[in-house]
Design a protein around this ligand. Structure first.
Ligand code: SF4
Length: 65
């Protein structure tokens, strides 16, 4: 299992800017809660899921099995 950034550097730059503006909360969600603080709950669960492979919701990260 490996977590890496999206291979598209422009996507990484845009999402990281959004994270900075939102104080570390997910830029693709409205709520600012513990669940939406990067790495958000959804992605943490996807990391734990042995069957999941793919991008996080914002496409900042990619999880390889
Ligand atoms: S892991 Fe991805 S979807 Fe989750 S908060 Fe971070 S950038 Fe957003």
């Amino acid at each position: 299992m490996k977590i890496r950034f999206n291979e598209n550097e422009e996507v990484v730059r845009i999402v990281q800017e959004g994270l900075k503006e939102r104080g570390g909360y997910c830029p693709c969600r409205m709520e600012s809660t513990d669940d939406t603080k990067c790495m958000c709950k959804e992605f943490r669960e996807q990391i734990r899921d042995p069957d999941f492979e793919g991008y996080c919701h914002c496409m900042l990260y990619y999880k390889e099995k």
